[in-house]
Design a protein. Structure first.
Length: 81
């Protein structure tokens, strides 16, 4: 992702990702590019962050929990590096 601009990335995305507008998607992506790492690995605090967001903002996940050790692995990224 670091090798491409937000506009270049947006050009490769499915049309439904660009709703309500491609310009809005490009702007949002440009503002978030810095959060993406370069090693393709989930940071150690990442799963808890995602869980917290799901619990707070996704109505079907409110009050629910997950075993974070079963939700992701860096195995593929570790083998690739």
């Amino acid at each position: 992702m670091k090798a491409h601009s937000a506009a270049e990335i947006a050009a490769k995305m499915p049309a439904d990702y660009l709703v309500p507008s491609k310009d809005l998607y490009v702007t949002a992506l440009q503002n978030q590019l810095s959060i993406f790492g370069t090693d393709c690995k989930m940071p150690s605090a990442g799963p808890q962050t995602v869980l917290s967001i799901e619990q707070k903002y996704v109505s079907t996940f409110k009050g629910k929990n997950a075993n974070l050790g079963e939700t992701y692995t860096n195995e593929f990224a570790n083998k690739a590096s």
